[in-house]
Design a protein around this ligand. Structure first.
Ligand code: SF4
Length: 406
């Protein structure tokens, strides 16, 4: 398949190369990470052509299961990085999606359309039907377009669901996991030994990530904002290459452990927490770095606790998801933000979401009020899921926010 990148996506790629070769010239581990980023989608396309099962996957809980079945997931977040205005135009003009539709829905649907035209080898999509109504419409559109689409049902634990109600929810979810496996492999039987191995791998990687985040408190500028964002994103999907991603984390622990503590660097850094998806307007990260901010806390990828290893692995996946901040109710995520605030002595929160997402904007307002009352300032940012230059106004606001915190 010819993967011709739009000029915006090409510019984004150049930005990654610049970050790899110049901003992170001192860090072989982060250089290797960016190589994984750059090759992710192209290599997955090639693997698909050579007969490996490859799917577009937007459901984080399923990643260990997908790997355990010998398949490769290509995360939706990376669809954003390779898509641009052309994809948005397809969604608005060809699919007639209203302009105000969330940019994530428009960017992914438009990009899949364009890739299909170009002969992509990845024609299966695993999404979530719990996400939102615009995406549910997009799934129908993609089915009509000839994609094999599967969506998982609601993975939502309402506050107060405990005891037998909780156990019932676990059983329901376990059943769903088998349904998904049937779509992926043709059988409801899950290879439990293989899934257990993936769980052990995931726990190892989350422990490594915790070490890295602890070491970064002493060396806040060794990994810059774009680097840490991709490191954290990779914890969900490993860029299609679990062993190589593991090597990146191992190498980074070693790098950080070997550094002398520089007290001036520590004092200079303004500790920040990032909540929400990853912004594709990379200028945002540069502005954070230039203003002296350091993203030392994240709440998007659950990495602060392990999957249980001593129970049935399918149940382990269900319990991990339902007990993490990804279980739907914003109160779970709020608890994790609070833990991170204490852990890094955060001076501010960056609340990031995508244009057109009404769910996200309500949640961000709730967080803003809550943390404002606790004396933690925040900035509410809305960006696009597809690549593009951030507006000057957005960058000015970030700069002003961080300067205020210093
Ligand atoms: S960002 Fe919001 S509107 Fe967009 S797909 Fe996600 S939940 Fe739906």
């Amino acid at each position: 398949m010819s993967t011709v990148l739009t000029s915006e996506a090409q510019e984004q790629l150049n930005h990654i190369r610049y970050s790899r070769d110049t901003v992170h010239a001192h860090s072989p581990a982060i250089q290797k990470l960016f190589n994984l980023v750059i090759d992710y989608v192209d290599d997955a396309e090639k693997a698909g052509k050579n007969g490996t099962k490859v799917i577009w996957a937007g459901v984080p809980w399923a990643m260990p299961l997908i790997y355990s079945a010998g398949a490769i997931p290509v995360a939706f977040s990376e669809v954003g990085r390779i898509s641009g205005q052309e994809a948005i135009t397809v969604s608005e003009d060809y699919y007639q999606m209203p302009a105000e539709t969330c940019s994530m829905v428009k960017a992914t649907a438009g990009e899949w359309h364009l890739r299909k035209q170009a002969g992509t080898s990845i024609t299966r999509i695993f999404g979530s039907s719990s996400g939102c109504e615009p995406y549910n419409l997009a799934w129908e559109v993609m089915k009509k377009e000839g994609f094999d689409v599967y969506t998982s049902d609601v993975v939502y634990r309402a506050p107060g669901v405990e005891g037998e109600r909780y156990e019932e929810l676990v059983r329901y979810f376990v059943d769903e996991i088998h349904d998904f496996n049937e779509w992926l492999t043709g059988s409801r039987e899950i290879d439990k030994e293989s899934l257990h191995r993936e769980i052990v791998r995931k726990n190892y990687l989350m422990r490594r990530m915790r070490e890295i985040m602890d070491l970064r408190l002493q060396h806040p500028f060794h990994v810059k904002s774009l680097g840490i964002m991709y490191l954290m994103n990779g914890l969900t999907h490993y860029f299609g290459k679990p062993e190589e991603y593991t090597e990146v984390l191992d190498a980074l622990v070693e790098e950080l452990s070997g550094l002398e503590t520089d007290e001036a660097e520590r004092q200079r850094a303004i500790p920040l927490i990032w909540t929400g998806g990853s912004g594709q307007e990379f200028g945002i990260y540069e502005t954070i770095d230039d203003a002296g901010g350091s993203l030392l806390g994240f709440v998007s990828s659950p990495y602060t606790r392990d999957f249980p290893e001593d129970i049935d692995p399918v149940e382990s996946v269900a319990r991990f998801q339902l007990q993490s901040q990804m279980a739907g109710a914003s109160i779970y995520r709020r608890h994790v933000i609070e833990q991170q605030v204490d852990r890094i002595q955060a001076r501010g929160l960056i609340l990031y979401g995508y244009l057109g997402c009404s769910f996200g904007s309500v949640t961000r307002e709730i967080y803003r009020d809550y943390f404002h009352n606790k004396g933690i300032p925040s900035i509410n940012l809305e960006g696009t899921f597809q690549v593009g230059a951030p507006s000057g106004q957005l960058l000015t606001r970030i700069k002003a926010f961080i300067e205020m915190l210093s």
